[in-house]
Design a protein around this ligand. Structure first.
Ligand SMILES: [Zn+2]
Length: 441
């Protein structure tokens, strides 16, 4: 970890971390059967060390204090900090009731929204999930065969990893493209499983340039499933890790070409930005032409009018599907029957499951969101219906496919280093959960 990241995290903790408004609790609970009977034995230990007889009246009274059941941790984590992180009594509270020092070992019970429910030193509470890193030094090597963690997953690295995965699993993986970006980059799809399988699940990520970490997560989810040898024969995953390769390049390079400089000047004129060009480029969401691909779909496009001109974000385009990337996603989605679609975005640690009022797709998407919440801790959240014209909206409204927008990460976009750990841990079993849900609905 670089000093810069540690400083950033400290600033985050000091300025916002402890005072940030907490999100709603995910409602995830640990059933009584999962709870371990762990006693809080500080006094008992002290008595033994002092050689005090167990028959002393004071000790007898203490030893009969009801044993406090603590939830059973599923894995162990360390704080990311210079000195300590804060332990909160609930996800709504802004006042910490304890601090956990650097180097401590923390038991993770479950993820909940932007928090982790943890046990430490006989206490149960909540810490910000982006303040945790795995206690196991070989954590990623244990779960991944090809990918290594990075917050700047490039187009070239994605292609290289696809090639490596296909070489490792030639019978399971085929590579193709769904079309080209406005700057003529191929948009690849990694098809994992038998194309004649009964169930087909589509995952698309990085439709917004600055959300490029979602491309790594999409690839890592698949790497993890393959490493476990956990691919059922009746499912085929269609992974489109980078729907907007031009936008990803703009954000990662922090550079604007002539076309984007025109867009920058429009955003300046309309008061949509006052950033430097480098910061503006890093925060870029649109395609290379200043169209927001996720506002370019034919589902509420007519009322999606947050920008009148090309912009780094939120401009819906001249017409529905005017963006080549949106057409590529549309055509691929129409090419076969999909049983669920997952769109990865960042950030917020929430699941958007709703669009419009059509049934049963809204009811099914909510059910899918509840299943995904169970493994990720991300919180199902109703959409406000004011933006629309997104891929998920179209997949639901036009095609009736149960669909989710999964907003990974909790701190900022582009995702900072300290959010990698919890995000991968939450997502690594997401697709098997989606598969299981699909087979039951
Ligand atoms: Zn997004």
């Amino acid at each position: 970890m670089t000093k810069k990241i540690v400083s950033l995290l400290l600033v985050c903790l000091l300025l916002t971390g402890c005072n940030q408004t907490a999100v709603d609790r995910a409602g995830t609970t640990v059933s009584s059967s999962e709870e371990a009977q762990i006693s809080v034995t500080e006094n008992t230990t002290e008595a033994t060390e002092n050689g005090t007889s167990a028959t002393d009246s004071a000790d007898t009274e203490e030893s009969t204090t009801p044993v406090q059941p603590l939830p059973q941790p599923v894995s162990f984590w360390n704080p990311i900090c210079n000195e300590y992180i804060s332990l909160f009594p609930s996800t709504e509270s802004t006042e910490a009731f304890a601090t956990i020092p650097r180097g401590a070992t923390i038991g993770l019970v479950n993820w909940e929204g932007r928090f982790a429910r943890v046990v430490w030193d006989g206490k149960v509470g909540y810490v910000y999930s982006n303040c945790l890193q795995p206690a196991e030094s070989d954590y990623f090597a244990k779960h991944l065969k090809v990918l290594t963690p990075t917050t700047k997953y490039t187009y070239d690295q994605m292609y290289a990893d696809m090639g490596k995965l296909q070489a490792l699993y030639p019978d399971l993986i085929s590579l193709s493209t769904i079309g080209k970006s406005e700057l003529m980059r191929d948009i690849p799809v990694m098809i994992v499983g038998n194309t004649d399988a009964k169930y087909h699940i589509l995952v698309q990520a990085a439709i917004h340039g600055r959300e490029h970490f979602t491309a790594w997560i999409a690839m890592a989810m698949m790497d993890s499933i393959l490493k476990q040898g956990a691919l059922p024969s009746d499912v085929c995953y269609h992974i489109i890790p980078m729907s907007n390769p031009d936008g990803v390049f703009i954000s990662q390079s922090g550079k604007l070409e002539e076309r984007q400089i025109q867009v920058y000047e429009l955003d300046l004129d309309f008061g949509h930005t006052n950033s430097s060009t480098t910061e503006y480029a890093t925060q870029w969401k649109a395609n290379a032409c200043g169209e927001d691909i996720n506002r370019n779909f034919m589902a509420g496009w007519d009322v999606s009018n947050e920008r009148d001109e090309q912009s780094a974000q939120k401009y819906r385009g001249e017409t529905p599907f005017s963006a080549s990337e949106a057409r590529a996603l549309r055509d691929y989605t129409l090419s076969r029957t999909f049983h669920a679609t997952i769109s990865l975005h960042s950030h917020g640690s929430v699941l958007y499951y709703q669009y419009g009022t059509k049934q049963p797709v809204n009811r099914l998407s909510y059910s899918l969101a509840q299943a995904v919440q169970g493994v990720t801790g991300y919180v199902p959240t109703a959409y406000d219906n004011t933006s629309g014209a997104g891929y998920k909206d179209w997949a639901m409204e036009e095609l009736g496919i149960p669909s989710l927008t999964v907003e990974i990460g909790s701190a900022a976009t582009p995702i900072p280093q300290q959010d990698i750990y919890n995000t991968f841990d939450r997502c690594r079993d997401m697709l098997p959960t989606v598969y299981k849900w699909v087979t039951q609905n």
